[in-house]
Design a protein around this ligand. Structure first.
Ligand code: GLN
Ligand code: ZN
Length: 790
């Protein structure tokens, strides 16, 4: 470590300025909130089931808020984030704060508590004679987090409804010794995140009625003693027109004028500002936060043009990935910033909210699921706070022994990882090289395949199917738990899973589904499962990350070259198919999704990792075909969300993402039917890529966005068969046959019946059987009715 320390250029960086007396401030844009052991998930779900009352839920929330603030304080953050906690979603919290409550929930307002109203908007409400659907949910930029989409009407009424942010601030004030910084979604991003219910206005037209409510909130915060507000304006990293840019200047001008002495920190993340940088730097805010991990390219212009009265917050610690910080690089950047601006104008932070990483590496037990060598290379949220502190400490005039030790430890681990023999697999490398430049994909056209497949499968018009997973019941979870803690043998666990599969197949046959699924009972999660079965991928015991509401996933960690140890799904697929004459779909997760929902190594291009995963999956696809599986579904919900935020970067991404899908799916014969599935999001921007993916059948989410997307598929002449999800599985509501037929009618306005499949909009694992059974039966009945009419 000695030599490393000597060669380390801190000294040079520190000589940079003579304004170096004041410490750099540290903070993070937000912290995880489901609980390190998913306490909040459990509390909410307990509340929904009636096992917990509101008071108990509130006290569980306060405990969690305290834990999060304690962590930030202990780690030495100068500001602690507040109002970033949420019981479901922070965008929904904003809607609730601003009184954006769609008409259909109004009857509930008088009769249920605010908390129940809040949850009704998130989850739908079907109780005491009410029957209201949930609000739409969609991906938060290019992450796997989902937010509740605000719904706006032309004459949208905004009023200050929920005081949660002030209450949070007051709780933080009484708990924290450090300064609380209130996190709000900024007004323009808030509007842009939403959706117009009619097309006779643009949501940004609402800014004049919205702004007074923001002011009322700020007034309230100001009175409560709040001096720091973080406005999240992530849309500033997307392509914006001049009108929107101008609006930014106007809106922040007004806010500034009314609140001259509140410190405004404006944060954008997930990319650099690019063309919006000048706009961002022209805003009258005190501090501008930059995501340095994804937007390093902004820095030269920032250093050159940042106004003298503006501070910058540098997000050098990656809030989206879990590798320890490259301290050399970070110190280099901070050093340059300090040289240009001085210590007092530079803050150290995470690139974005730490919502997207798990809580704490220390919650992974020794001898747990992570390989020993991997642990020291990882930084989860709690470790990232330490890294932020460490970087700031290393920029001090007097560097403490602790900081030097932290630095040496980081450098040692970075070095170890770089030269680790565990990362390279020469066979995989050779296979990858051999693939380069080769044509991939299927040999026959989609039309030719369709004829062959129909001859073989003999499916009725409007065939019915499900997306894959079936309820993960308490019984199943206990089976899995006993298997994991060793009290159940592998054979007994396997036998238990087979019973569930058998029952699922019997049920599907009995209600007359045409293409069956085995139910994915052996998988806790569609990505985690493959993570566990691939070489080069590690999985955590407790690395939960919020996906939506109370739903969390444990993203695998792709740390080395990926290969398949042995067949992963073939045995159970063969077993399930053996139970029925009807086709049972083989079920895989595609390369784009495995990548998008994992923490991926950052030491080689994403596309290389994607191709390695695709090659491993291709072997699995071929084995499934050999085992007699006629329909193979390769889920790719992650492809859309991996789409770069700026249009200019998209084509190169789609090129490798589509190629990876083709590598994975393209080896089968023409009679084997390839399905793929995708969840929410706008498909309009990637229709062309969807066509190039060349799947025989594509099932998509459409139910929650009211089938709007279908006209776009029709207009693009989508050549494959489509299964537009006709009901929303994210809500416990049971759709009626009539409602489902109406949905189908909407579909058939755009497409010939021969092109259409009938299915729910996603997998059913989060639902209960007593919701699934009637819902899917209704769906089959609706499809039968529709068949008679076409
Ligand atoms: N086959 C998966 C399931 O049914 C697909 C889930 C998804 O798209 N998110 O659970
Ligand atoms: Zn889905």
């Amino acid at each position: 470590a000695e030599a490393i320390l000597l060669s380390f250029p801190t000294q040079a960086y520190r000589q940079a300025g003579n304004h170096s007396r004041i410490r750099m401030l540290t903070h993070t844009l937000g912290y995880p909130r489901l609980g390190a052991f998913r306490e909040i998930k459990k509390a909410c779900e307990g509340y929904w089931k009636g096992a917990l009352d509101e008071k108990a839920l509130r006290s569980a929330s306060l405990e969690e808020k305290h834990r999060r603030w304690r962590a930030q304080q202990e780690a030495g953050m100068d500001l602690v984030a507040c109002n970033d906690f949420s019981l479901y979603d922070h965008v929904q919290d904003m809607s609730f704060m601003l009184g954006v409550i769609p008409e259909r929930y109004k009857p509930l307002c008088q009769n249920v508590s605010d908390l129940d109203l809040y949850f009704a908007m998130c989850r739908g409400y079907q109780e005491a004679g009410y029957d209201v659907t949930a609000m739409e949910m969609t991906k938060w930029f290019d992450t796997n987090y989902h937010y509740i989409v605000p719904e706006f009407t032309r004459n949208q009424d905004f009023h200050y409804y929920s005081r949660k942010c002030v209450e949070d601030f007051l709780e933080a004030t009484s708990f924290c010794v450090k300064k609380p910084k209130v996190v709000l979604v900024g007004p323009i991003s808030y509007l842009l995140l939403g959706k117009e219910k009619t097309d006779d206005f643009h949501r940004l037209d609402l800014i004049n009625t919205l702004l007074p409510v923001y002011m009322a909130v700020l007034e309230d915060l100001h009175h409560a003693g709040c001096t720091w507000v973080q406005f999240d304006e992530p849309f500033l990293v997307t392509d914006l027109d001049d009108r929107t840019r101008k609006l930014y200047a106007e809106v922040y001008g007004v806010l500034r004028q009314h609140f001259p002495d509140v410190h405004f920190l404006l944060a954008a993340y997930f990319d650099g500002f690019g063309d919006n940088l000048q706009t961002a730097m022209s805003l009258p805010v005190d501090t501008l936060h930059l995501d340095v991990v994804n937007g390093l390219y902004d820095l030269p212009s920032v250093f050159r043009d940042v106004p003298p009265d503006m501070n910058i917050s540098l997000g050098v610690v990656d809030g989206r990935n879990i590798w320890i910080n490259d301290v050399n690089e970070s110190l280099g950047i901070l050093g340059l910033a300090v040289r240009e601006l001085g210590h007092d104008r530079v803050m150290v932070s995470s690139s974005c909210s730490l919502l997207h990483v798990p809580y704490d590496v220390r919650n992974e037990p020794d001898g747990g699921t992570l390989p020993d060598f991997l642990g020291p290379w990882l930084a989860f949220a709690r470790q990232k706070l330490d890294e932020i502190r460490l970087l700031a400490d290393l920029m001090e005039d007097e560097v403490s022994a602790d900081a030097f030790y932290g630095l040496a430890e980081h450098l040692k681990q970075l070095e170890k990882r770089k030269y680790s023999k565990f990362l390279r697999n020469s066979e995989v490398r050779a296979a990858l090289d051999a693939l380069a430049g080769e044509p991939v994909g299927r040999r026959q056209s989609i039309a030719e395949r369709r004829v062959l497949q129909q001859e073989w499968l003999q499916l009725p018009v409007l065939p019915t199917t499900m997306i894959g997973s079936l309820p993960q019941t308490a019984e199943l979870r206990s089976l899995r738990k006993r298997y994991r803690d060793g009290s159940l043998s592998a054979e007994d666990y396997g036998a238990g899973v087979r019973v569930l599969i058998t029952n699922a197949i019997r049920w599907q046959e009995s209600i007359g589904l045409d293409v069956l699924v085995h139910g994915e009972f052996e998988r806790t999660d569609m990505v985690e499962f493959f993570g566990e079965h691939l070489d080069g991928v590690a999985f955590t015991g407790n690395g939960w990350v919020q996906s939506y509401g109370t739903r969390a996933v444990k993203p695998p960690i792709i740390y080395a070259d990926v290969s398949r140890k042995k067949p992963m799904t073939v045995e159970l697929a063969r077993f399930a198919q053996g139970l029925s004459e009807r086709p049972v779909k083989g079920m895989l997760t595609g390369p784009g999704t495995i990548l998008k929902w994992s923490f991926v190594r950052n030491d080689q291009p994403l596309s290389d990792t994607a191709m390695q995963v695709a090659l491993a999956l291709r072997e699995e696809v071929m084995d499934l075909e050999l085992a007699g599986i006629e329909i193979i579904q390769i889920d790719e919900p992650g492809i859309r969300e991996g789409l770069p935020l700026k249009k200019a970067d998209r084509e190169s991404y789609l090129e490798w993402a589509v190629r990876a899908f083709l590598v994975c799916s393209g080896g089968v014969g023409p009679a084997t039917q390839i399905h793929t599935h995708m969840c929410y999001a706008d498909y309009a921007d990637i229709l062309d890529a969807l066509i190039r993916m060349d799947a025989d059948v594509l099932t998509i989410e459409t139910a929650r966005s009211d089938m709007e997307v279908l006209s776009e598929f029709a207009a693009a002449g989508y050549p494959g068969q489509l299964g537009p999800g006709i009901y929303d599985i994210h809500s416990p509501r049971i759709p009626s046959v009539r409602e489902l037929n109406t949905q189908l009618e909407k579909v058939l306005l755009h497409f010939a019946p021969r092109q259409i499949w009938v299915n729910p909009d996603c997998g059913l694992k989060t639902r209960e059987w007593d919701e699934v059974v009637p819902a899917v039966e209704n769906m089959v009945t609706a499809a039968r009715k529709a068949r008679h009419q076409v």
